[in-house]
Ligand binder design. Structure first.
Ligand code: C2E
Ligand code: CA
Ligand code: CA
Length: 433
């Protein structure tokens, strides 16, 4: 190694047997020494990771996989030269601490390294990813910087176009929020902080409310009202969405039962099914047991399944849809047109309703091209005898256009925003209660 901790310290604890790079502890000591003693120079910490390295191990064999690791180690040694330090942390994870002058120059170094690693020929594609953190406060410990490279790496994982990412301050804020949300969620559920709002679905010709969609809100004790996009993606990652969705479904069944007991003939209130639920084997059972407990007809609680769930779990989805359809549940394909699976899925699966994604309407004035896409999508769905609800309708112009396409149903702020259950009840059943 070009940069030594100090000559008397060279023993087996310092170097990785296989690659001759520093072990992580020695790497931290050496990095710290570098950036704390050369304060006029800028440094960056990098973490290099190979996707699916285990598969390379399986398919190409350990010997070839090890050769790949030695190849990467060599590139890292060249890259750090005499001015930086490198480490082999474990299997396919490497690290570097290198000097740089301009960020562009650093990006060039990273791009070159990525290119060289990808060019290595094995039977498998070698897909490297790099997380980068600029060392901007020399009083911080090197392991903190290395943790930040892991956070940056998370942003690249699963992204085929982006192979490196820089750690940003906002990443930390996001992480802190995520941790706060995770630590508060169980209590919040127990203490009833999750509230259900209902957004009406409307017949655009008559103005009649033909149903509603249950949308969850979190009345957080400290943070105030949180929108679903601030917590649902986190719950989808950590699995809590299964509990939350169950809670929402149960509340909707309770509300329905309450209306029925008052002699009201309720309109259907749909619930959202997270794609995580589709993988849960108990999912169908839970819904069926709610029908039994609350004695509410399943068609009064349509199930909205987002389009991407159809793509990700095609086999599972057929099974559980059939099981639930036999019991009387109806399905709505949510966010239709937001992914690339839609048309194919329509060919294979009978859904009762399709909700056209609001992205179609996200233009101030509808362009000619959007109008054509919308018109023909609506025509096709009509021919398939599928009821269509257009989401995100916000303007009169949009309503007029939809009418001209023979579209009858919509959901959007132009008509109503999501509202508390009591408000929905007053709005729809004023005369009945
Ligand atoms: P979604 O299912 O597509 O729900 C429609 C979203 O669009 C709602 O946002 C609604 O408030 C919003 N919206 C409706 N009309 C308009 C409009 O005219 N303009 C604009 N800009 N927005 C409109 P919300 O309530 O923030 O929900 C966001 C997403 O969170 C939902 O998208 C759904 O995917 C998810 N979500 C909400 N509640 C639940 C739940 O209980 N369980 C699960 N799994 N997901 C939920
Ligand atoms: Ca929905
Ligand atoms: Ca939607």
């Amino acid at each position: 190694m070009p940069y030594y901790l100090n000559d008397s310290n060279q023993n087996l604890e310092i170097y990785d047997d296989m690659t001759g790079l520093y072990k992580i502890g020695a790497f931290f000591l050496a990095s710290e020494k570098l950036y704390r003693s050369n304060t006029e120079i800028k440094y960056a910490m990098l973490q290099i990771d190979i996707y699916h390295f285990k598969i390379i191990n399986e398919v190409c064999g350990v010997e070839k996989a090890n050769k790949l690791l030695l190849y990467i180690a060599d590139l890292i040694k060249k890259c750090v030269g005499t001015q930086g330090v490198g480490t082999h942390l474990r299997a396919d994870v490497f690290g570097m601490c290198i000097p740089f002058q301009q960020k562009e120059e650093l990006v060039e170094v990273i791009s070159k390294l990525l290119k060289q690693i990808s060019e290595y020929t094995t039977n498998c594609n070698v897909l490297p990813a790099i997380g980068v953190c600029i060392i901007d406060d020399i009083s911080l410990e090197p392991h903190l910087y290395f943790d930040r490279t892991s956070i940056a790496l998370q942003k690249v994982k699963g992204n085929t176009l982006k192979k490196y990412a820089f750690y940003m301050e906002e990443d930390k804020r996001k992480l802190v929020t995520e941790i706060k949300i995770q630590s508060a969620m169980e209590d919040a559920l127990r203490q009833g902080e999750f509230k259900i709002f209902i957004q009406p679905k409307v017949n655009i010709r008559t103005g009649e409310i033909i149903g509603g969609e249950a949308l969850v809100r979190w009345e957080h004790k400290k943070e105030g009202l949180l929108r679903p996009d601030e917590f649902i993606p986190i719950f989808e990652k950590n699995g809590f969405i299964i509990k939350l969705d169950e809670y929402v479904w149960e509340r909707v069944f309770q509300v329905m039962q309450g209306w029925l007991n008052k002699g009201i003939q309720p309109v259907p209130i749909s619930v959202n099914i997270s794609r995580v639920n589709v993988c849960d084997s108990n999912f169908a059972k839970k819904l069926v047991s709610l029908v039994r407990i609350y004695k509410v007809k399943p068609k009064l609680v349509p199930l909205e399944l987002t389009e991407s769930a159809f793509l990700e779990n095609t086999n599972n989805i057929y099974d559980f849809m059939k099981r639930l359809q036999v019991c009387g549940f109806v399905f709505s394909m949510d966010d239709y047109g937001s992914g690339y699976s839609s048309i194919n899925m329509l060919k294979n699966i009978a859904v009762d309703e399709v909700k056209l994604d609001q992205l179609f309407l996200k233009e101030e004035t509808l362009s000619e091209r959007t109008r054509i896409v919308l018109k023909y999508s609506l025509d096709m769905l009509k021919e398939l005898n599928t009821k269509v609800i257009v989401e995100g309708v916000e303007t009169k112009e949009q309503v007029e256009f939809l009418k001209s396409c023979n579209c009858n149903y919509a959901q959007g702020y132009y008509f109503y925003k999501p509202m508390p259950i009591e408000e929905f009840e007053k709005l729809v059943y004023r005369q009945d209660i």
